[in-house]
Design a protein around this ligand. Sequence first.
Ligand code: ATP
Length: 363
Amino acid sequence: MAGMSLRLESIYRRYGKVMAVNDLSLELPAGKFITLLGPSGCGKTTTLNLIAGLDQADGGSIHMGERDITRVPPNERGMAIVFQNYALYPHMSVFDNIAFGLRLQRRPKPEIQSRVRHTAELLAIEHLLDRRPGQLSGGQQQRVALGRAMVKKPAVFLLDEPFSNLDAALRARMRTEVKHLHQTLGTTSVFVTHDQEEAMTLSDLIAVMRDGKLVQYGTQHEVYGKPRDMYVATFLGKPRMSLIEGSLERHAAGVVFTAPDVRLELGTAESIGLRDGEWPRVAAGLRAEDVSLGAPGGLSFDAQVALLEPIGSDTFVELEVGGATVVARVPPEDPVAVGDRVTAVIKPGRVHLFDLDSTERIV
Ligand code: ATP
């Protein structure tokens, strides 16, 4: 079933001196997978609990579709939540765990039977229905927790770091499964994580948070490709975006970024979308996939290889230039060694510029 849209309007939540959520407004379109992303303590879980109705905002309102649900109790919101620790009932079988919510709703027995079975099939856990949670692996327990939420056919699915207790391989698999499930069910899903990779692989929309505030909200393509400040720029992407501190010069021929041992002729202000303004100190941001090794010319600078990090499909090469560190991504067969003098070549149009004072994006 298709989900419902949600709208948070200027939500506040304070715990003592801590502003856990600070003037947060967010539109969550129906049927989309939306991730709240940010470091520990930025207010993600509080936001999710406010959406679920498990906590009350000190200010602002929450709408589901056209309905104001700010004061509606959690069990009347048509939402289901999956927690990090699964929160399964240990003394009940998997079947009974999944059926629990439907029994509370006093659904007829045959309906409970068929819905639990159907959900278990979707999650490939039919063979586990008679077991107790203690007899399951972490990944299986997580599937049961998902099943318990899904079986209620919620209008909105809330997931709070559901994979954080799983090992890396299982995490990646569950991620793919959840994505498939979302494609099948089309339920509006709000997912909380501090893992940028998880956010990027799963989400239609990513809300990047910091200190209870929304920093940037957009598609993966938008927040990764055009981060609005240095915080977002360095939070998303692995390896982290490299930053070179320097300054901007405007010449008749165009805009030039300069830093020790680096000179990048970026093109005319118009062509790179540079508005009028003064930025005494700037940082050029480079993503590893936009930096390769090659011949001088175009956007390039000479550097020394400081470290190699092979990951199989590629090798990340840490370069040192004038006191800055820049990571390049090269094919694994590239003959490059620590200590080599090389030329770093940057893809045209891929230099991010930030104002070092405000940390905000310039272009
Ligand atoms: P994490 O990833 O560690 O769960 P988070 O981004 O989900 O972090 P929240 O759990 O929402 O962050 O917490 C936001 C801020 O509010 C933190 O500073 C936290 O210490 C504080 N906080 C959260 N819940 C409470 C509470 N019940 N009482 C007091 N302070 C709280």
